[in-house]
Ligand binder design. Sequence first.
Ligand code: PEP
Ligand code: MN
Length: 358
Amino acid sequence: MDIAIPGAFWNTKKFPLIIAGPCSAESEEQVLRTARQLAEIPEVKVFRSGLWKPRTRPGSFEGVGEKGLLWLEKVKAETGLLTTVEVARPDHVELALKHGIDILWLGARTVVNPFVVQELAEAMKGVPITVMVKNPIIPDIKLWIGALERINNAGIRQLLAIHRGFHYFEKSPFRNAPMWEIPIELKRLAPQLPIIVDPSHICGRSDLLQEISQKAVDLEMDGLMLEVHENPETALTDAAQQITPETLKLLLKNLILRKRTGNPDFENRLEALRTEIDKLDGELLQILAKRLEIIDEIGDYKRDNNITILQMKRWAGIITDRLSIGTHLGLDEQFLKRLLNLIHKESIQRQTKIFNNK
Ligand code: PEP
Ligand code: MN
């Protein structure tokens, strides 16, 4: 991707980029009052507000639409904050550009659909605008990168990614599981692409925002997008996750910003520890490869003797035994279960292949 850091409005080295504003624009007064309060927080650079809301079911509040663009024009003129809205259809792009919106963003529901992303990319073609692309709802990094590439191919160079968590079936305190490994992998694949974290949609509730915002900063993410409402309880959308401008001020004040690199002593010690990790990972992989080789041998043996692959009693025994050893070694039980299941799945797959090769 050919990406330029949108340096015109933000210096990541100083403080993460802070984008704040209500989930939805509800009235001109609500938008302007919130923006005025946010403009008093020096770290806040961009005012967000949803005008066209993607709602799960029809009949809920679906946003104020086009008239909200006039309110955002006023926000910009009065406070100097940059403005950003979600665009989900080409006519949204056209209208937002007409009203001088500075940054467009693509929502999580839009990014799952390459046809729609392509249409939006075409509507933006050749326009010197900044675009933020949220991750798709499902944890598919290729879909996320694909959307970024489509926008980038339309000539948009000022691109940012927004990590807003992923839909996840297992129980979790979060509305959308953070799955940090995915934005970290995106950072590895596209190091020049800034990643903004959206703690509001990850958490789904305001009491977890500080923790997730801190985690984002600790993982060297480049900014935060937080939903702020003048009176969260009365918000028409996402009431449980919104905070007041006052609470945002406190959250930012409590953020601990860490240095990205340390002094030579620190670096040397870190390097030594990392070398140790590299060596252990090598050993771990060798042991794993050896284990799978023996699995193949067992597969051959079972096949030649016409015995089924999955032997429940043996597997149940392995689980009990390994959980006991692992937990005694201080490993987390849930982690162990996931790890053992992963290894077991791979073993079954390899044996199935052996059986099919007969
Ligand atoms: C939003 O930012 O209000 C929104 C709808 O988010 P997402 O697309 O991440 O669900
Ligand atoms: Mn929202």
